[in-house]
Design a protein around this ligand. Structure first.
Ligand SMILES: *[C@@H]1O[C@H](CO)[C@@H](O)[C@H](O)[C@H]1NC(C)=O
Ligand SMILES: *[C@@H]1O[C@H](CO)[C@@H](O)[C@H](O)[C@H]1NC(C)=O
Ligand SMILES: *[C@@H]1O[C@H](CO)[C@@H](O)[C@H](O)[C@H]1NC(C)=O
Ligand SMILES: *[C@@H]1O[C@H](CO)[C@@H](O)[C@H](O)[C@H]1NC(C)=O
Ligand SMILES: *[C@@H]1O[C@H](CO)[C@@H](O)[C@H](O)[C@H]1NC(C)=O
Ligand SMILES: *[C@@H]1O[C@H](CO)[C@@H](O)[C@H](O)[C@H]1NC(C)=O
Ligand SMILES: *[C@@H]1O[C@H](CO)[C@@H](O)[C@H](O)[C@H]1NC(C)=O
Length: 385
């Protein structure tokens, strides 16, 4: 079976044509795609209902499996792209309109492996503009394919910091599967984004009844629904009977670096190199030659690389001024600085950040114009030495 995640159509999320008892604030009109819009706010967000006593939530759609389809209702792999529009998905969740007034924004329409850093910059700026800077908005939901969901979530956690919840959600089963998880996940995501209890907790991933920190959470299983976990840090809370419960008051991840995205337009290229037995050093130089401005190593164990590769890292850092961050390929754990070198002027340890999260952070730090010393300082705040 071949996967076909490309262009899984999350067709206009502006099509939230669910039934509503709310009184229209503006004249009702039909928009493209069978959408009934009853209210357009100052930022051009289109709401399908406007009940002034309900919180307002914007759903930003990027695409993803959440709208996948297959004639075989037991299929959870190999399903067809784009067969089911989000309209049907949303229409299957009329309860959303009891939680919030929802507006949809189509930011992109791609499978999660086709999300680019320019989409992330655009998405973050949009959220800052139409959610953070608008006192009538409670929060934001991002629908996303699950494969790179944790990277987008980490990026939003670093760059959207106004206290309003940003909730990233996806689905592991196509919407035509028996017990598809998309509709319930979406309902829970909107519920969390609308909740005052969810404020000041950074970006969060809500899936499979779990609320997790976007800073720490990772996809741990390629197929199953219970895939998003922060293995050491645990969950922030749960959604039970469509009510969020948080285990602790709001907290900020140790070492979290906050980025002001407003002047950032381009994220420099950062490569990830996966370490293995006999790994040749020329991979590092190939990355530099290909234009990488930073490199992350998915090191064996706690950032480990061979002796020749270690010398190559020192050369690349000191002679090419390319920062190299050593992370882990184990899926879990910490890289302390003492494990990669006693020489802290050259080596950067990722702490608890896995390679893909380290890559997002390094790209943002380069975009901020930080030098290697400044980059090392930020990463050092997330390590134990
Ligand atoms: C528009 O919505 C109505 C009512 O839900 C439905 O019967 C009709 O098939 C829809 N039309 C299109 C083009 O989706
Ligand atoms: C709102 O609807 C109008 C037309 O009905 C459309 O031009 C505009 O792009 C929509 N806004 C968003 C954010 O999708
Ligand atoms: C939702 O938005 C409407 C329209 O801007 C506003 O009147 C209302 O107060 C908002 N709801 C909340 C709970 O802020
Ligand atoms: C963004 O650029 C403007 C204009 O140059 C400047 O005033 C502002 O301080 C910059 N903001 C940040 C966070 O660098
Ligand atoms: C930096 O380059 C010089 C000259 O090419 C070389 O001798 C030196 O070993 C390099 N430094 C490192 C840390 O590899
Ligand atoms: C640490 O690395 C820098 C840059 O390569 C070098 O100049 C310095 O001698 C090294 N220090 C130690 C203690 O190895
Ligand atoms: C590098 O950045 C650090 C801290 O951000 C700063 O103190 C230092 O002056 C910078 N070094 C150079 C050579 O620009």
């Amino acid at each position: 079976m071949s996967f076909s995640f490309k262009t899984l159509a999350v067709s206009a999320l502006a099509v939230l044509s669910t039934a509503s008892n709310a009184s229209p604030v503006h004249l009702r009109r039909q928009a493209s795609g069978n959408t009934t819009i009853v209210y357009t706010n100052a930022n051009g967000l289109n709401f399908t209902q406007m009940n002034p006593s309900l919180p307002n939530v914007t759903i930003f759609a990027t695409g993803g499996t959440i709208a996948g389809s297959d004639p075989d209702s037991s299929a959870t792999t190999g399903y067809q792209a784009g067969a089911v529009g989000v309209e049907s998905l949303i229409n299957a969740v009329p309860l959303i309109t009891t939680k919030a007034n929802v507006a949809g924004v189509q930011i992109a329409n791609v499978g999660s492996e086709d999300v680019t850093s320019s989409i992330l910059v655009k998405l973050s700026k949009q959220i800052n503009k139409v959610v953070c800077n608008d006192p009538t908005m409670a929060g934001a939901v991002i629908t996303h394919g699950t494969d790179t969901l944790e990277e987008t979530a980490f990026f939003m956690d670093a760059t959207v910091n106004c206290g309003k919840p940003v909730v990233i959600v996806g689905a592991m089963r196509p919407s035509t599967a028996i017990s598809a998880d998309g509709p319930y996940n979406l309902l829970e995501a909107v519920t969390v984004a609308a909740s005052p209890k969810a404020r000041n907790r950074g970006a969060m991933v809500v899936m499979n009844d779990r609320i997790t920190s976007a800073y720490y959470v990772t996809k741990t299983n390629a197929n199953t629904m219970d895939t998003f976990k922060a293995l050491e840090m645990g969950n922030l809370g749960q959604v039970i009977s469509d009510t969020p419960f948080f285990f602790y008051p709001p907290a900020t991840p140790t070492g979290k670096h906050v980025v002001d995205i407003s002047n950032i337009t381009v994220i420099p290229r950062v490569d990830i190199l996966y370490a293995y037995l006999d790994m040749p050093s020329d991979m590092l130089y190939n990355s530099v030659k290909s234009g990488a401005k930073g490199i992350v190593i998915a090191g064996a164990g706690a950032g480990g690389v061979s002796t020749p590769f270690n010398s190559a890292i020192e050369d690349v850092v000191n002679n090419h001024t390319i920062p190299v961050v050593q992370s882990f390929r184990t899926g879990n754990g910490e890289v302390p600085l003492s494990d990669v070198s006693s020489n802290t002027s050259t080596h950067i340890a990722s702490g608890y950040l896995n390679p893909q999260k380290s890559r997002i952070l390094l790209g943002l730090l380069l975009a901020e114009g930080k030098n290697i010393t400044g980059i090392a300082e930020v990463f050092a705040r997330g390590t134990d030495d």
